[in-house]
Ligand binder design. Structure first.
Ligand code: FAD
Length: 595
């Protein structure tokens, strides 16, 4: 489908196309694709749906996921089950996850993996032909299923094949800039065709945001610069929905670092699977330093623990000249590495490093935002008809995420939201005057941005914002620094009103849109971080180093009546009896069994 199929209208002096569709899915990664499939399987006609992405077909961030996807299949460890998976997830999330959402994901995952297998996902196999499962950090059993180290790409290919078999319509290179809601009900969405530079309105009954996360707004990050700019959370927030847990940002311990790899590789992920397959961390003195930080779980302790250990080694002068530590899997033979970590082996090989012969250099990098849009058990926000799932939603991961749990969340919530939307899909027929009035006014504002010839380059301002977050809300934070960060952010916001944009199809227009979203998301991270006066999981404060049991709650951000950002807290639920039992049993990986 092309967006030229819509009718042309005019409002507030702007011309635009209108597309009528019952369900608009914003995001064509795993979460969006899985929801679309479920909707059709629940009986919603494919022609009532439209999936859009701001990149080309099949090019969503999901393709970058490498290491694997969790589900208690028990291929090697039959004693594993979903309740232990839930217990591990709650432990890793430091008990501020929403237990109901954790259970939705963990309980659905064994079936989700079987379904992906049936649909032809090329899982790596154990000897008995079942999907193989490997260790990932913080998990009691081998629970991470994988397709080599290209799990995300293989999974998205599989889902896209299924979506195409069901003739689900898809539009590429469409950027949603605004959601339109009235009286707490979604009316539609507005955006533009990035190729033609034309404005478009989607007149819909349901909008599902599956627009990814927000970590590329940190200076060092593992994602693409123009993905994960916080569009999903910001779109929902600007429409009046609530955000939750935005202060919890996962810094992955092993991002590439060093002159040898070049700037374009800085921060890029070296998958956790390298440690899952036995990789060791060493400092520049040759010491396997995890023995000091986590003698039981070593390199497979939780990501926040390993990331802080790496950061400490580097800051205390035991790092490499490039500001990293060494990750070494050269004790495994080359064939093993090529089979289990083919993309990593090839990537480093292309850069002149043979992983079977020598270590690679790594340092922490911003990797995943545990926060996002606050939703109910089906993925619906406070706004009726507006759903948010996948990396855009909050609640599953709490204060820190287990590796392999985000791909799990995309498909488990894709199914859950698909079921709920199909069940409650309104019949439509709402008056669209208001939608056109609001969209027209938004397009008039966008037209001013498109033609602006101000002082500042939007991309440079985004880089300033990234530096601000890295410095003031990085792996270690404190109140004073976060206050300074908010002051810097206010200056960037001021400059953002005076930008230079090169037309509707230019990169600078896209960057200007990204910047608008990133500003709100950055504010929620810094404000949430200030309000949480304790250390918990990924949120490590140097001025409040202990976890405070009185702060076992979520911090929620919402637009107040004068357009500012207001914060409140929300209490956390309790797990079900069966998950509590699994917690009480105290499962834990003993790393030394692996050696
Ligand atoms: C390097 C890397 C490795 C990872 N490895 C793993 C792993 O091994 N296991 C694991 O569980 N997780 C992993 N993750 C995390 C995981 O990949 C993501 O959380 C997951 O893929 C997110 O999927 P999603 O469908 O929610 O969003 P995405 O795949 O990010 O898709 C977002 C979609 O929204 C669209 N979009 C965004 N904004 C707009 C807009 N304004 N208008 C229109 N469209 C828009 C995008 O074009 C895209 O189609 C990894 C992440 C990274 C960065």
């Amino acid at each position: 489908m092309s967006i030229d199929d819509g009718a042309t209208s005019q409002s507030h002096g702007s011309e635009y196309e209108t597309i009528d569709q019952r369900v608009l899915i914003v995001g064509a990664g795993a979460a969006g694709a899985r929801t679309a499939i479920e909707l059709v399987d629940q009986g919603v006609p494919a022609e009532d749906l439209l999936v859009i992405g701001k990149r080309g077909h099949g090019d969503a961030h999901t393709t970058w996921a490498r290491g694997g996807i969790n589900g208690a299949l028990g291929t090697h460890d039959p004693e594993d089950d979903w309740t232990i998976h839930a217990a591990d997830t709650l432990n890793e999330g430091h008990f501020v996850n929403d237990p109901e959402k954790v259970e939705t994901v963990t309980q659905r995952m064994p079936d989700q993996l079987r379904k992906l297998d049936e649909w032809g996902m090329p899982f790596s196999r154990a000897e008995d032909g079942e999907p193989d499962q490997r260790y990932f950090g913080g998990q009691s059993f081998r629970r991470t299923a994988f397709a080599g180290d290209h799990t995300g790409e293989s999974m998205l290919d599989t889902l896209i094949d299924q979506a195409q078999d069901r003739s689900i319509p898809y539009s590429e290179n469409v950027y949603i800039t605004r959601l339109i809601a009235e009286d707490d009900r979604i009316q539609g969405a507005a955006g533009y065709d990035m190729d033609a530079g034309e404005f478009v309105v989607f007149d819909t009954d349901v909008v599902l945001l599956a627009a990814g996360g927000y970590t590329s707004i940190f200076h060092r990050h593992s994602s693409r610069d123009d993905e994960n700019t916080g569009d999903g959370p910001a779109l929902a927030y600007q429409a009046g929905a609530r955000l939750m847990d935005m202060e919890f940002v996962q810094f992955h311990p092993t991002g590439m670092v060093g002159d040898r790899y070049g700037d374009e590789w800085d921060g890029r992920l070296v998958t956790e699977a390298v440690r899952g397959e036995g990789g060791h961390l060493y400092n520049a003195d040759g010491e396997r330093f995890m023995e000091r930080y986590s003698p039981d779980q070593m390199e497979l302790d939780a990501r926040d623990v390993v990331a802080r250990a790496n950061a400490q080694e580097i800051s205390e002068g035991r790092g490499t000249e490039s500001g990293g530590v060494y990750l070494d899997i050269s004790h495994r033979d080359a064939d093993f590495i090529k089979e289990r970590l083919p993309r990593m082996y090839q990537r480093f090989g292309d850069l002149g490093v043979d992983m079977a012969e020598e270590p690679v250099e790594v340092a922490p990098t911003a990797h995943y935002g545990m926060g996002g849009v606050m939703v109910d058990e089906n993925g619906q926000t406070d706004i009726e008809g507006l759903y948010a799932i996948g990396e855009t939603m909050a609640g599953v991961h709490g204060a820190n995420r287990l590796g392999g749990n985000s791909l799990a969340e995309t498909v488990a919530y894709g199914e859950a939201a698909g079921e709920a939307i199909a069940e409650h899909l309104p019949v439509g027929g709402e008056d669209d005057d208001l939608l056109h009035e609001r969209a027209g006014s938004h397009f008039a504002d966008l037209t001013k941005v498109v033609n602006s010839e101000g002082t500042h380059d939007p991309e440079a301002l985004l880089d300033e914002l990234r530096a601000t977050l890295w410095t003031h809300a990085g792996i270690l934070r404190n109140g004073e620094e976060m206050t300074e960060g908010l002051e810097e952010l206010a200056q960037i916001r001021h400059k953002a009103a005076d930008i230079d944009v090169g037309g509707p199809t230019s990169r600078s227009f896209e960057f200007a849109m990204n910047l608008g979203f990133a500003l709100d998301v950055a504010e929620s991270i810094l404000k949430g971080g200030q309000k949480r006066t304790e250390s918990r999981g990924s949120h490590a404060r140097t001025d409040y180093t202990e976890t405070d049991s009185d702060q076992r709650h979520n911090i929620v951000a919402q637009k107040d009546s004068v357009g500012g950002m207001g914060l409140s807290t929300r209490s956390v639920g309790e797990p079900s009896e069966s998950v509590q039992e699994a917690l009480d049993e105290g499962h834990e990986l003993d790393y030394h069994h692996l050696e």
